[in-house]
Design a protein around this ligand. Structure first.
Ligand SMILES: Cc1cc2nc3c(=O)[nH]c(=O)nc-3n(C[C@H](O)[C@H](O)[C@H](O)COP(=O)(O)O)c2cc1C
Ligand code: SF4
Length: 604
């Protein structure tokens, strides 16, 4: 390492502070500066942060956006989400590679460019999408790819690329309680001071607000628990440090509503976090922003700074003596599992995003083992408006068990993909009409981990008691292949499994391989039995929500469309125990061969 490189490495460490909790943030910056995390860099970081070298290495290996081999000067990652596939990303990938003269998964010999695939980038309403050095590129087509290739070949720095390539639209088609207008910064916080803690807790309770991240836990109960602590504790004990965390990891394919909330209503999200801090007695908050939303990082920092200037963050907020609270943004680095709240906290602490054992839950043992509220972006935005307008105002919409509205991210086969806010209880047919969906075959609600519903279920309702969703709503028409959809989702889970527990680490890979075999027409009736057995095993024995839902796409489609699976099976009476094609695939990949059937031709 040259003295200049060492100096810039040390500057990065100093900028963040040499604490172990900053490890991931420091590694992100090193990756951005040096295009990889070299062994030498790992040693410097390990020494400075006083953490074992193995920890630095294992964190580096965990996150997709960190690499030990140099990425290209322009690192392109094409979104591999099903919605991007539906918009033609597969064909575009070939064209991209041809224009850039690079192979998938590789860096071009001159180091100028690298190309790979990445999980959903949260741009399903304006795909096909990709990232270049972490920044989102939207609405890709051949014309745009030509433009990008020219810019790369000319070595044009990203700051000088046309802004249009990076344009991210909100695409709001239906707004209601949360998306209508804006609230005055500070107005919801004032309510806490005017009404007092207990009254505000009651307001939140009356609103019936449940977490918008998917699981639907009652927000008032979570916040109250964080404030009061476990049995025997002193409520609000000032000796206990508490934290407020906003989960903006939004990695579920098909979800992008938090992106829009953060782009247009960040003030309200931060306001909700500050209201929470006032109620639970927290002094520090974090926004965990997924790495794919790097384009939002600077604008969000600006909003935070403006709030500090206006006395809405920092010491003695709004002149209220003793109410100190500030928010820091932590960037993720390409790991879907970090949306799971305990994995998110591990990641916030600078570690690998492995989910913790629960209980204890984050609300009592969260960040650094302290009581921590973790809520979704939309939950905080809703809490701010509830503090301002009251619980009854919110509860007047929705159903008894699911009050208020839900913001949906709609994508797939429809004329108007984008953001739609509906009262809970809205029927699926209504939503499909509004977004201009025609010839619909099915809808995936809640992303790959959610539920696939077919035509005879479209009168079902959006609600925790019927169809719960964190926000993903993907429409498929009759031209789509159900097995290919299940296959894409199964690949996603195999890729995103954190590897901590065996049923998920091994099981999701086996499910992927089995489904590949069936989709490629090599499956037998025995494979189908094995697939079902393995899917149930992964579902029932995995450690966290990822593994427990990873088999949903297979189990759901097997239940609804058994015939489609049967049709794909090989019409043979014997059941081969060995898949020659599958076994040869690895060697083909290793040797860079693209002649899947060569061995059959030779045999012929
Ligand atoms: C694999 C996995 C991924 C998750 N991803 C997210 C996410 O991106 N955003 C989110 O708010 N919740 C996500 N969750 C749910 C969180 O664990 C947690 O329940 C949520 O942040 C709590 O906030 P809420 O009560 O406001 O919904 C995920 C859960 C699992 C199991
Ligand atoms: S279920 Fe999967 S994602 Fe969850 S801990 Fe186990 S390996 Fe990790």
């Amino acid at each position: 390492m040259t003295p200049t490189d060492l100096a810039s490495l040390e500057a990065i460490i100093q900028r963040h502070g040499p604490q172990a909790t900053e490890l991931l943030q420091i590694l992100r910056q090193i990756q951005a500066r040096f295009r990889c995390i070299s062994r030498d860099a790992m040693r410097v970081v390990a020494d400075a942060l006083a953490v074992p070298l193995t920890q630095v290495q294992s964190v580096t290996e965990f996150y997709t956006f960190l690499t030990t081999e140099p990425a290209g000067q322009f690192d392109i990652r094409l979104s591999d989400s099903i919605t991007d596939h539906m918009l033609g990303s597969r064909e575009l990938a070939g064209y991209f590679c041809q224009r850039l003269a690079v192979r998938p998964g590789q860096t071009r010999a001159d180091g100028a460019v690298s190309f790979s695939f990445t999980s959903c980038t949260g741009m399903c309403d304006q795909g096909p999408a990709a990232l270049v050095n972490g920044l989102a590129l939207t609405r890709l087509d051949r014309g745009r790819i030509d433009q990008i290739a020219t810019l790369i070949d000319a070595g044009t720095p990203l700051e000088r690329w046309p802004v249009d390539l990076f344009q991210v639209d909100d695409n709001i088609h239906r707004s209601s309680l949360l998306l209508d207008g804006h609230i005055e910064p500070g107005s919801a916080i004032q309510r806490v001071f005017q009404q007092g803690r207990e009254a505000l807790f009651d307001t939140l309770d009356q609103s019936g607000l449940r977490g918008r991240g998917g699981a639907g836990f009652k927000t008032a109960a979570k916040w109250r628990y964080c404030y009061e602590g476990q049995e025997g504790a002193i409520p609000g004990d000032p000796a206990v440090k508490r934290f407020v965390v906003c989960n903006a990891d939004e990695g579920e394919p098909g979800t992008f509503k938090d992106r829009v909330l953060l782009q247009r209503q960040a003030n309200e999200v931060f306001e909700g976090m500050t209201v929470c801090a006032a109620l639970v007695g927290a002094q520090q908050g974090f926004l965990y922003l997924r790495g794919e939303y790097l384009h939002l990082h600077e604008p969000l920092q600006r909003v935070l700074e403006e709030r500090r200037q206006r006395g809405l963050l920092g010491r003695n907020i709004l002149g209220h003596q003793g109410f100190d609270f500030d928010i820091r943004i932590h960037l993720g680095a390409g790991a879907y599992i970090c949306g799971e709240e305990s994995a998110l906290i591990e990641s916030l602490e600078g570690k690998r995003g492995n989910p913790r054992n629960r209980p204890p839950y984050p609300v009592t043992h969260g960040y650094l083992g302290q009581p921590t509220v973790v809520n979704n972006v939309e939950t905080f935005a809703a809490a701010a408006r509830i503090a301002l307008h009251g619980g009854a105002w919110f509860a007047a919409e929705g159903t008894g068990k699911s009050t208020g509205t839900k913001i949906l991210s709609l994508s797939g086969d429809c004329a108007r993909p984008g953001i739609y806010e509906y009262p809970f209880g809205t029927a699926i047919t209504r939503i499909l009409e509004d977004c201009g969906a025609k010839d619909v075959f099915g809808v995936q609600i809640g992303g790959p981990s959610g539920t696939f519903i077919s035509t005879n279920e479209f009168d079902r309702k959006l609600a925790f008691e019927d169809l719960a969703t964190g926000g993903s709503f993907i429409v498929f028409n009759h031209t789509r292949d159900v097995l290919e959809i299940a296959r894409n989702f199964t690949h996603f889970f195999a890729h995103e499994s954190c590897g901590f527990c065996t049923p998920c680490r091994v099981g999701t890979a086996l499910l992927r391989n089995m489904l590949d075999k069936i989709c490629q027409g090599h499956g037998t009736p025995h494979d189908l039995v094995e697939l079902t057995h393995m899917a149930r095993l992964v579902k029932t024995t995995s450690h966290c929500g990822l593994g427990q839902t990873a088999a949903n796409p297979i189990l759901g489609t097997l239940e609804r469309y058994p015939d489609l699976y049967q049709e794909r099976l090989k019409a043979i009476s014997f059941e081969p125990g060995f898949d020659l094609d599958g076994a040869l695939e690895i060697s083909r990949r290793l040797t860079g061969r693209d002649d899947a059937h060569a061995h059959l031709e030779q045999a012929g």
